[in-house]
Write a protein that binds this ligand. Structure first.
Ligand SMILES: [Zn+2]
Ligand SMILES: [Zn+2]
Length: 274
């Protein structure tokens, strides 16, 4: 089964893409199901500050749901799920928990994009951290935030588990998860206890760090601690990138001996054969 469970459309602050174009591309790429996961927070792209406006988010996601229902009726051959990508910003988490409770999502991703007030998910800003501190300091701070995000817990799967390597590899070389094994195992164990999943995200497979998120070693540890749910995703913000390299993600999953891929309805997972 092929799915793309991390997609952004024109309702995300960082995308202008038309929903129908995304759906057409996903069908062309052979997907069996997709989930649209727009950012809830708005980013001030110049100051790198994250903005969360509860009322704005409630209203915007009502519009997203209405549009997805409309597009679903036009493309009955491809199930389209209603999702979101939340990010870890300590002062927003109480409001985000309330937002999640009030919105009928199928699936929610939890992401860390910001470490020490720097958007490490974007090359434009990441240098602001990586040029100043050593690898251990930067990566430990990233995983500390990821652990806090998992402790918060109002989501279904961790997005781009080791996104620290996206820009980090340019400063520190290839990411070696063994160096952070203790921290990563604690996070994976907490995820298992909360029945959280993990996505195999292909966004940087052909550029940046040339790897899937997460590193195959982290997938191996995830299986060892007993994580049960895995999704595939392109994290596309434009139609031409939709579902790219999902076949390669499936191959990585098979090599890691992952047994199944999960889809979600109203935040309840179902495991399908790969
Ligand atoms: Zn993200
Ligand atoms: Zn994303």
């Amino acid at each position: 089964m092929l799915i793309d469970y991390h997609l952004h459309n024109h309702f995300s602050p960082d995308s202008n893409e038309d929903t129908r174009k995304i759906v057409q591309q996903a069908i062309q790429m052979g997907m069996d199901e997709i989930c649209v996961t727009n950012h809830v927070e708005l980013h001030d792209q110049w100051t790198s500050k994250s903005v969360f406006d509860f009322k704005e988010a409630i209203e915007r996601f009502k519009k997203i749901k209405a549009e997805l229902d409309l597009v679903q009726a036009e493309f009955p051959q491809l199930p389209i799920k209603f999702g979101a990508e939340l990010e870890y910003i300590p002062q927003h988490m109480a409001g985000l928990a309330e937002f999640v409770a009030q919105t009928p999502f199928d699936f929610i991703l939890g992401s860390v994009h910001i470490v020490n007030d720097v958007i490490i998910a974007s090359h434009r800003f990441a240098d602001g951290l990586y040029a100043k501190v050593d690898e251990k300091t930067a990566y430990e701070a990233y995983f500390k935030n990821l652990e806090k995000m998992v402790d918060w817990g109002h989501f279904d799967a961790v997005a781009h588990f080791d996104i620290n390597k996206k820009s980090g590899h340019r400063f520190y070389g290839p990411f070696q998860p063994e160096r952070y094994k203790d921290q990563i195992l604690i996070i994976l164990q907490k995820m298992k206890e909360k029945r959280m999943g993990i996505e195999l995200n292909t966004k940087c497979i052909k550029d940046n760090c040339q790897e899937i998120f997460p590193h195959p070693t982290i997938l191996k540890w995830a299986l060892e601690v007993g994580i049960e749910h895995f999704t595939f995703s392109s994290d596309a913000h434009v139609a031409k990138n939709v579902s790219t390299h999902i076949q390669e993600a499936r191959k990585v999953a098979l090599e890691a001996e992952i047994q199944g891929v999960s889809t979600y309805v109203q935040r309840e997972p179902t495991v399908h054969r790969l």
